[in-house]
Design a protein around this ligand. Sequence first.
Ligand SMILES: NC(=O)C1=CN([C@@H]2O[C@H](COP(=O)(O)OP(=O)(O)OC[C@H]3O[C@@H](n4cnc5c(N)ncnc54)[C@H](OP(=O)(O)O)[C@@H]3O)[C@@H](O)[C@H]2O)C=CC1
Ligand SMILES: CC(=O)[C@@H](O)[C@H](O)COP(=O)(O)O
Ligand SMILES: [Mn+2]
Length: 388
Amino acid sequence: MSEVKRVAILGSTGSIGTQTLEVIRQHPENFQVEVLTAQNNCDLLIKQALEFQPNAVVITNESKYQVVRDALIPHDIKVFAGPKALAQVVEMETIDVVLTALVGYAGLIPTVHAIKAGKQIALANKETLVVAGEIITQLAKEHAVNIYPVDSEHSAIFQCLVGEWHNPIEKIILTASGGPFRGKDREFLASVTKEQALKHPNWDMGAKITIDSASLMNKGLEVIEAKWLFGLTPEQIDVVVHPQSIIHSLVQFEDGSIKAQLGLPDMRIPIQFAMSYPERLKSDFERFDFLNYPNLTFEKPDLKTFRNLQLAFDALHKGGNAACLLNASNEVAVEAFLKDEIGFLQMSDLIEDAMNRVDFISHPSLSDYVSSDEEVRAISYELIKKYK
Ligand SMILES: NC(=O)C1=CN([C@@H]2O[C@H](COP(=O)(O)OP(=O)(O)OC[C@H]3O[C@@H](n4cnc5c(N)ncnc54)[C@H](OP(=O)(O)O)[C@@H]3O)[C@@H](O)[C@H]2O)C=CC1
Ligand SMILES: CC(=O)[C@@H](O)[C@H](O)COP(=O)(O)O
Ligand SMILES: [Mn+2]
């Protein structure tokens, strides 16, 4: 790479954020950290800032501001607090790439600001595209901003498409691990605990996405993310369960040829590629050996047992604010499941119920998305009281 890329990492203390810093630590000649942000974890944020010497940090929980400021101001690092600061800091002139590694709906507004400021986006926060894919992709076009996927499946598709930009996609096949409850029935799922759900078979990730993987909502969100990233119709998106998570996804072209991207489950590869594209940088990540995986297997997803994936396909077909409603009620459902307030199967009941109680908007504006999100969250919290 000829120029050093200056990177803002939103959510630097999480699973993706810390792995992004591992990549940057390996390539100081290619990347420089400009901004780091966290919600609560001020100890790790301070430690990261002292090591990487960013221009600025943001702690969104304002009650932690004083601690972070006292630690970093003597080192000439600017310190800001609150969600508004997150949206403003991404506009800094010294940033080239914004890597969105924060979790949930909170990723939307900072990403809108970053795109409007012309920053390239390395997108891990899939919820941004699920909530407002149409607006985000349109804004990116208007501001000549590229959105590079970090999510492993979407990175796989992107990697398959390099050199194929003029060849239409017939369809894509998103692979799903099936999560810790693959093959289980509803009777079993009725009594699973959060400890069981938090044990992903192949990936070590933050709590929210791990629960989403267990319920197959993660795959549902990824189907919607794929629609917007690659401009696909719902009919062009298939899901296949591949329990080994070695084939990260596939693209089928109009001549019938299928390309796949493979590798051990290691998020540092897609993170690095999203930041280094079009170049591939050397890495010492463990290499995949076919002889250790004599059986790569494939199954049909069970949409009747794992209803969240069906709900996501329904939202995709419906369009408008449906996926925004799905996302917000799912965030509330996951939070409630993690607090033992509702059971695993009740997450789908809650999402379906809450979505049906909010008006459908066929062509939402950004402010419609904000109010749809607020409304369905409030309804979801009310419904949880009934479910308890
Ligand atoms: N982990 C993975 O392997 C993958 C993750 N993704 C996606 O990447 C995103 C991040 O996931 P992951 O790294 O697992 O999540 P984590 O929970 O591990 O990390 C989330 C990060 O965001 C911060 N954060 C949490 N809530 C807020 C908020 N409301 N406002 C601002 N910052 C906040 C956290 O700060 P603090 O530490 O202070 O709480 C933390 O830095 C998600 O959208 C996920 O779907 C996609 C593919 C793979
Ligand atoms: C690493 C990554 O991209 C996750 O989104 C992963 O795909 C989760 O696995 P499943 O949702 O397929 O279980
Ligand atoms: Mn994924």
